[in-house]
Design a binder for this molecule. Sequence first.
Ligand SMILES: [Zn+2]
Ligand SMILES: [Zn+2]
Length: 339
Amino acid sequence: MIADFAWIRPEPGGLYIRPADVWVDPTRAVPRALITHGHADHARSGHGVTMATAATLAIMRERYGNIGLAETMAYGERVAIGGGVHATCLPAGHVLGSAQILFECGGERVIVTGDFKRQPDPTCAPFEIAACDILITEATFGLPVFRHPPIGAEIARLLAAREAAAGRAILVGAYALGKAQRVIAELRVAGYHDPIWLHGAMERMCRLYEAHGVALGDLRSMAGVPKAALEGAIVLCPPSALADRWSRRLPDPLTAMASGWMRVRQRARQRGVELPLIISDHADWDELTATITEIAPRETWITHGREEALLRWCELHQRSARALSLVGYEEGSDEDERA
Ligand SMILES: [Zn+2]
Ligand SMILES: [Zn+2]
């Protein structure tokens, strides 16, 4: 038994579980990696053995092709990973397949949240609260200014803008893994059942979600569709395509963008976004502080984003905390929220 959490260490390349020789979301190729979810800043290829949920492994194969040896971890299944350490994947509510990892060693419990959110999301399993001694939490939106409105309100704004923009296509920039499928699923929840048109870069990930039981309704490919057929249509594309030549094939597009960063008006202006939609797959400030309060760990380690404000909040609330400043997960490195 290794006491005092010496078995889990923040290293420049990620979190390292020493007795098991396992890395969590490592930034370089390692012999054994445990991957929280499929976004590119967490899931890299080239590891000897990749451990992850079935959906995350499927996403990685979709993106990288062959990922070598893989071990599937089911939610809630307690797996011995070597050196007396057990690992359990718990739903993180971030994207399809996303997991928090609960590590147990010598009676000590550490949870690595990976990216997570608490808002409901019809495309993935909801975040699960579990007790632990150390909570290693992400902090992408760890500033009090970041408060995400309920997604239903943002979807209602999108549909109202469509109603008001007769003859125009509504072009929504959304990240291809997670955000796009969530926007589609929430449009369906809101009663919008018209075809939704997809940029080519979105199609395969949407099909992967559907293959994992997430119904997305009538999705159509843009290939070969005449411009006039897209009047009043909702079209999804990756954020990078919002401003490029590709969008000229749409009739007078009204550009929208779904991202937590749309809270910052300057970011929307920089991108030329007419309709900023504050839709994030990360916990906002209230969700971060509520989660720390609810789990009430002995210690909170903060990483992956705005560490200082959350650290200060922990101090003010007499909670022991430290900032990890892991390399490779700086603010803005997040695939799904890069804006
Ligand atoms: Zn992510
Ligand atoms: Zn991330």
